[in-house]
Design a protein around this ligand. Structure first.
Ligand code: FAD
Length: 486
């Protein structure tokens, strides 16, 4: 009986692939290399798709989804595959749908609206926009690789969110295809739109589980005329994070406000060979950027320096772009430099209310002692979004056990502090075990009902967000990904 069902299943898959190859012969790839590349994201767990479809036109996505729906084939959309959570891996096989070929960009400089293909690389788009005197602020650190479709699907954040908000804040409309292949337009290239239910915002951050996005209408703003960067040292992590609250109270409105603990600063200093504050004991730091009109930046700088006077133990200012680059080096290198501690990094992107960050950092320092693993922490302190890392050696079962305990405790602490288990990476597979910590049963039931309504056969990115998954039960894949600089 079981064998008959399995034969029927295999035959169905074969018929589906044949139908797909008839419709889109030049877009389908079944070679090992294409399948392996599409089996991974930055979580580095591999689940092979049966085949990969690399579309070049938005309409082709409709063809793919109609067939997938008819034959009940799982479809996992992907952009650059830079997701940190396993959200882009085809957990249940089926078809990997690569959108990175959708590259159209149209910019309306008068209305300040751009219409882009889902596969446009974030940094390339920002460059085009800035050449026209406009600005698209969302800046995930993966921007040189990530696609705008991936950014929308994860509601990506970055350093500038403290002043400018996240990807969601710039999305005016989304076009694409539902699970059954029917086209949708949720929103239009218009700045005002309140017709019907807002399904656009439902799709943003849905990690490819509710629909496939092909085209995005984005809001643009004028490019700031001036920028200023400063770096401030503090005796302790808690002192730095208390200053974050204080400077907002003093009326400072930074465009970037990043925090690094002493563990992170130490890693970056060892990696680059440059000491951040010569002649000072190693300090926790805040890196701050101000932007806006020239006069505005001048006023903001004064407010900031007045506030820091007597609070920061040392400070550096950048007067030119090259000097600013030097200050940013510590932030840019701290993440990759952590691999000097251990070969594996659990990179969490938790958020707590900004007043609670000092308490969270005290907890991560205590956790380090308790589990005996390093917990270097840095991140977007201006919006309470700290990247807490737990470093361990994956060859050591004892280490893995400690890391597993550590992450569970960390997540519980974050929820207890009124925070959230993920602020920018999303849930995917890695955070799925903590969904019940974050959400009530009723909330999860409501989310599942939405999923069932839009994708009744459950073919879009199945296994993500809601199903239990333990990363510890799976082997990491040793592979160099485009953003690795180790
Ligand atoms: C070095 C590094 C730094 C990072 N820094 C940040 C950061 O600062 N901030 C941040 O927010 N994230 C960061 N990330 C995580 C990741 O880069 C972002 O989540 C990014 O938005 C993913 O884009 P992508 O094109 O790689 O999407 P993918 O990884 O390919 O896909 C991500 C999810 O979106 C879905 N998806 C992709 N395209 C579509 C589409 N067109 N339609 C429907 N679903 C789709 C996929 O199914 C998957 O669920 C970082 C990752 C790395 C490796």
């Amino acid at each position: 009986m079981k064998q008959a069902a399995s034969t029927k299943h295999s035959q169905n898959k074969l018929n589906a692939s044949r139908a797909l190859m008839r419709k889109l012969p030049e877009r389908v790839f079944v070679d090992d290399d294409s399948r392996f590349r599409a089996s991974l994201d930055n979580l580095r767990l591999s689940f092979l798709p049966d085949l990969v479809i690399k579309v070049k036109e938005a309409a082709e996505v409709g063809v793919v989804m109609k067939l997938a729906h008819n034959y009940s084939i799982p479809v996992t959309a992907r952009g650059a595959g830079s997701s940190a959570t396993g959200s882009a891996v085809p957990l249940h096989g089926g078809w990997a749908l690569d959108l990175s070929g959708l590259k159209d960009v149209q910019i309306d400089t008068v209305g300040r609206i751009a219409t882009v293909g889902a596969g446009v690389v974030t940094a390339d788009f920002q460059e085009q926009v800035e050449a026209l005197g406009l600005f698209f602020p969302p800046d995930p650190s993966s921007k040189k690789y990530s696609t705008l479709g991936g950014n929308v699907s994860c509601n990506a954040g970055g350093m500038r969110c403290v002043k400018y908000g996240v990807t969601r804040d710039y999305v005016l409309g989304l076009e694409g295809f539902l699970a059954d292949g029917e086209p949708f337009k949720f929103g239009l290239p218009l700045k005002k739109y309140v017709s019907g239910l807002n399904l656009r915002d439902l799709l943003i951050g849905s990690e490819g589980t509710l629909g496939v996005i092909t085209t995005i209408h984005l809001k643009l703003i004028p490019k700031p005329a001036a920028r200023w960067t400063g770096m401030f040292a503090f005796k302790s992590e808690a002192a730095a994070l208390k200053a974050v609250v204080g400077l907002f109270k003093a009326g400072v409105s930074p465009s970037i406000l990043e925090f690094l603990d002493r563990q992170s600063v130490g890693c970056a200093e060892n990696y680059t060979g440059n000491v951040v504050f010569e002649g000072q004991p190693r300090a926790s730091i805040l890196l701050i950027e101000l932007d806006g009109r020239v006069g505005e930046v001048r006023e903001q700088r004064k407010l900031l320096l007045d506030y820091m006077d007597g609070r920061a133990v040392a400070q550096r200012e950048a007067r030119k772009e090259v000097e600013a680059e030097k200050l940013w080096q510590v932030r840019r290198t701290c993440s990759q430099s952590m691999f000097s501690i251990a070969d594996t990094k659990l990179n969490e992107d938790v958020v707590v209310p900004i007043e609670k960050q000092a308490e969270l950092i005290r907890y991560t320092i205590a956790l380090k002692k308790e589990i005996g693993l390093a917990t270097p922490t840095f991140g977007h302190a201006g919006d309470g979004n700290l990247h807490v890392h737990i470093m361990y050696n994956r060859g050591s079962k004892a280490d893995a056990k400690k890391a597993k305990t550590g992450i569970k405790r960390l997540m519980q602490k974050v929820v207890d502090l009124g925070g959230v288990i993920t602020g920018e990476h999303g849930v995917g597979l890695a955070k799925a075990p903590f969904m019940a910590m974050q959400h009530t049963k009723a909330e999860i039931t409501a989310m599942k009902a939405v999923k069932a309504a839009l994708d009744p056969k459950g073919i879009l990115n199945p296994g993500k967000i809601f199903e239990p998954f333990e990363v510890w039960d799976h082997e990491y894949v040793e592979v160099k990904l485009p953003w690795d600089h180790r």
